[in-house]
Structure formats: C-alpha cells, structure tokens
Ligand binder design. Structure first.
Ligand code: G16
Length: 547
C-alpha cells in the first residue's frame, strides 16, 4: 500500500474548545484542514505499535467522508486496528463505552454535539484517551501546538471502505472492524438499571415519549426503550438519524426541543400528556427530562439522581462522591453533604471530571448544560440519565413533579436559570466580560436591593489529582445568602461569541418553592443587567435561549 506524504501549510485556528475542534462544515472542507488536525492528533498521541482506536460520529453531514480520510491517515500512522460503528455511527457515550470495554488506546469522535448540521452547519472532531474520556487540556494544548507547526501529513492511498458492511476489513496492514454501534452500550445499560421494574412500570400504562431529534440516539433509544423495555412503537419520535437533523437544532432544551415540549405541555383530561418525556442531543450525551407539564432543570436532575442513586442496581452500594461544573447549581452539594460524600466544583467541560472518576473520587457528575453521567463511561450520557429517571419512577411510583417537589421540600430549592445571548460579535461579548471584571474591585460589600455582594472572582481550578491549573473559567459574583450570578463565554459555538449568564437563588421555604424561576430570579436578572451594561452593549432586549 502506498503512503503519500502531502505538503501542507499549518492552520492557526485549530485550538480545541470546551469539547474538541468545532467549525463550520465549509471550514472542515478547506483542503488539508481535517487532515492537518488529524495529523496533529496522531503526532501528539504517538500511539505505540499494535494500538487499537475507536472511530465514529453522530452521523451528521460530512461524517462518512471524514471517516474515510481518518481511516487512511490511521493506516499511514501505523495504527493496528480501528473499530468503527456501522454506518460511521457511534454516540459519544457509546464510543466511550467501546474504548473502555475493549481496552483501546483512544478514539476519535466526530460531532459538533448540539450544533446544527448540514452543508452550512457545523462539524467537529475530538480525541478521547484510553479511559474513554475527552483528552485533558495538556493533550489538547499539545495537539493545538502541533497543528500550528505541521508542514506535512501522511495518508494511505486506498479506496473507500464499505462502512455499512459489518465485520473485518483490511486497509493495508491495518484492520478495520465495523461493529454494531448499539450492542455494547445497551448491554452496559442493562447491567446498571432495573429493566424488569421499568418494564413493569411501562406495562402498567405509564406513558413516555423520547425525542431523538433526528440525531444519533434514535437507534439506541429504539433498541433500549422500545425493544428491551417494551414501550410501544412510536414512543421514540424523530428516531431516524438525518445528516442535517431534519433542519433542526439538536439541542434538548425548552427552545429547540419544541415538538416534545408541545406534547408534554399539551393534552387534556380525556387524553392527557405522557407521564414522562425526554430528549437527547446530536451525539447523545445531553438529556432533557420532562414530566407532564413539568421541566426538570439539569442541576436538579443531578441532585435527584444522586439522592436516589441507591434505587438503581448499578449504584446500590452507594456513590463515592459527586462533581459538578462551577456554573451548575449547588443542589447536588446539599445531597452530597447529607450522604457524607465529597462534592467537587470543576470548570465547564466534561474533561475535568475524568481524573476524579479515574481516581475513584466521584461516581456521579453533572452540568447545567443538560449533561449528566457517571463513572460507567467517561462522557456524559443522555440515555443513561433517562433510564435513571425511569428506574426512580418505577420504584417510587410518584410523578416527575412529585419527585422534584419532594426533593425541594427536603433539601431546599436552588432556583436556577441560564440566559444565553448567542452569536454576539466577539468584541461586544468581550466588552461585557471586561465591564463585569472591571467592577470586581468595588463590588464586595455593596448592596443591591435584598442582595449584598460577598465575593467576586474569575474562577480557576487546580485539579486535585494531577495539580494542573485552569484559569479564566467564568466570572462569579456571590451574594451573602448564597445566591450567585456567573458570566461566562461559551467554548462550543462557531459563530461569533455566546455569552452565558447563570443565575441562582436559594429558597428553603417549601411554601415559596413552587414559583416560576424567571419570576423568582427577576431581581438577580436586573442586577446582572445593571452590572454588565448588557442591554446597551449588546443591543439585545432579551436572551436568545433561556433554560
Ligand atoms: C460540551 C461539553 C460540556 C459543556 C458544554 C457547554 O458539551 O462537553 O462539558 O458543559 O459543552 O459548554 P459551553 O458552555 O462552553 O458552550 P457538548 O454536549 O457540546 O459536547
């Protein structure tokens, strides 16, 4: 087999963000762009002879073409074997599972997650290490450094492989094995949750709806929820993965999962809405949990899963600890305290949980950005969260709303919301951040209505396992009663900048807990606006998305 060495000019913009390199498809199609990044990965990881890698993606536009290129480059890099999901499909948690189950050296996951797909949409690629999790910053930084100095890449001269034909194929000396993308993952889920109890719940007339948003979880949800748990056909909606997600934005939140939201908030006495609703994102790692006419915030979902973890067979022996990203509410901290286990506060990005899980310090992790997961893999896991909720519902026989209300009554409610201002000009977003930072010196001690500022800082984190330091992770303004406002720029967008404002207030009184979050947070929203000069600086009257 011939291996060509192609001369290339380095690109300066291949710095991985919160979760890998995400760019417009048009950028990835620039000659040499994908190849340059992949070569930087191979040069950095320096896989030893005999290594096996995992390769797959969320099926979005450009997935198949990219896989063919990466396979040829893997052969040129001397990789011994690559496991590829049939049709090029692997959800992000399933890829993590496969890396771990087969002891692979690492994997490449092709996804831009919740960002839209199609020729004008987004594409992405990230490298996961042998623990199944996203590469830590020291590796992504090294990949970035390498991408800026590369002058050549190596690629085997070989025809395209048939990605739809299961079994072993040869590509020069390298073996490519096309695997069932669902089987290993479904087997793991069955080992963690009480499928018999969930089947009984569903058999008793409990109704659910799962929206796969025409993204990667369709085949996984059909196999697990319909085939193995016995939910009627049609329970999974939008279950066929499409290259452009049917033109939608595969982000499971109240704005973009509007079809599911209409179903769960619809119905009447004669034909009520389903008891449980859930959605997952482009690559299957995010989740949204809904009850009948009820939304569970991701922060509450993490806390409730933690409080009820012992109900699921895979967690019956208890949990070692919890980790949450800094902007996620402190609801989980209260559960950890009651359970007598540690709760870690990390920067945004699942990669920061990996060391804690590997060291056995935490079992459950979660983020406000609709991510929940555990040490069963090293990625967040949308369907896992859905199954955890079904397990809790099957055991408690309460409604989703009753479970949440009961939780708030016992622990207090961390009223929470995130306001996103998407696609702002980068300099405007930077100006808002500078404005807030500029107030830090004189804010402590100042009073705004009922709120008095206790501290403000730019969040930084020292990893307790390897001592690595991450700075500039979000501007925090903490108030004396435990309420918070956090300003942070997203690291996953591909258009301009996305400003996220995270708002949190604590309500211990059960009589005052069942209020609308926006109403309860109105004073904090006004303070955030005043401090940041948001409206004047952005010209925006309201957020693009509220979650
Ligand atoms: C990624 C990361 C998450 C992070 C989220 C939001 O999720 O894996 O850990 O919380 O981005 O990041 P940001 O606020 O920087 O946009 P996903 O689902 O996009 O891979």
């Amino acid at each position: 087999m011939n291996i060509a060495t192609v001369i290339t000019t380095p690109f300066s913009d291949q710095k991985p963000g919160t979760s890998g390199l995400r760019k417009k498809v048009t950028v990835f199609r620039t000659p040499g762009y994908l190849e340059n990044f992949v070569q930087a990965v191979f040069d950095t990881i320096d896989a030893p002879p005999g290594s096996t890698l995992v390769l797959g993606g969320d099926g979005r536009y450009h997935n198949r073409e990219a896989i063919q290129v990466i396979l040829r480059m893997a052969a040129a890099a001397g990789i011994a074997k690559v496991l590829v999901g049939r049709g090029g499909i692997l959800s992000t948690p399933a890829a993590s599972r496969v890396i771990r189950k087969y002891g692979c050296f690492g994997g490449l996951i092709l996804s831009a997650s919740h960002n839209p797909g199609g020729p004008e949409g987004d594409f992405g690629i990230k490298y996961n290490t042998g623990n199944g999790g996203p590469a830590p910053e020291k590796i992504t930084d090294a990949i970035f450094a390498r991408s800026r100095e590369l002058t050549r890449y190596r690629i085997a001269d070989a025809p395209d492989l048939d990605l739809d034909r299961p079994g072993r194929h040869g590509l020069g000396d390298m073996v490519v094995e096309i695997i069932d993308p669902v089987a290993d993952y479904a087997e793991l889920m069955e080992s963690l949750f009480d499928f018999a109890a969930i089947r009984t719940l569903i058999g008793s007339g409990f109704r659910l709806c799962f929206d796969a948003m025409h993204a990667v979880t369709g085949p996984y949800a059909r196999e697990i929820i319909e085939a193995r748990l016995g939910a009627p056909a049609g329970t999974v909606i939008n279950g066929v993965p499409l290259e452009d997600f049917g033109g939608g934005h595969p982000d499971p939140n109240l704005t973009y999962a509007d079809q599911l939201v209409a179903i769960m908030y619809g119905g009447d006495d004669a034909n009520p809405a389903p008891d449980f609703g859930a959605a997952s994102d482009g690559d299957g790692d995010r989740n949204m949990i809904l009850g009948r006419h009820f939304f569970v915030t991701p922060s509450d979902s993490l806390a409730i899963i933690a409080a009820n973890a012992a109900l699921a067979p895979g967690y019956a022996d208890g949990i070692a600890g919890i980790a949450r990203s800094m902007p996620t509410s402190a609801a989980a901290d209260r559960v950890a305290e009651k359970l007598g286990v540690p709760c870690y506060e990390t920067p945004t990005g699942w990669k920061f949980f990996g060391n804690l899980m590997d060291a056995g310090k935490v079992t459950l992790c979660g983020e406000e950005s609709f991510g929940t997961g555990s040490s069963h893999v090293r990625e967040k896991d949308g369907l896992w969260a859905v199954l955890f909720w079904l397990n809790i519902l099957a055991n408690s026989r309460l409604s989703v709303a009753e479970i949440v209300h009961r939780h708030w009554a016992g622990y207090g409610r961390n009223v929470y919301s995130r306001h996103d201002y998407e696609a702002l000009p980068s300099d405007v977003a930077a100006g808002v951040m500078a404005q807030v930072r500029g107030r830090f010196a004189d804010l402590p001690g100042q009073r705004f209505g009922d709120y008095r500022v206790k501290f403000c800082d730019d969040f930084s984190y020292t990893d307790p396992i390897d001592g690595s330091l991450s700075t500039g992770q979000g501007l925090r303004i903490g108030f004396e009663d435990g309420s918070r406002i956090v300003f942070r720029l997203s690291g996953t967008g591909t258009e301009g900048a996305t400003l996220r404002i995270y708002l949190e207030a604590f309500e211990p009184d059960p009589a005052r807990q069942r209020v609308d979050a926006q109403q309860a947070l109105a004073p904090l929203i006004a303070i955030a606006d005043q401090l940041s000069e948001l409206k004047q600086r952005t010209g925006r009257e309201r957020p693009t998305v509220i979650t």
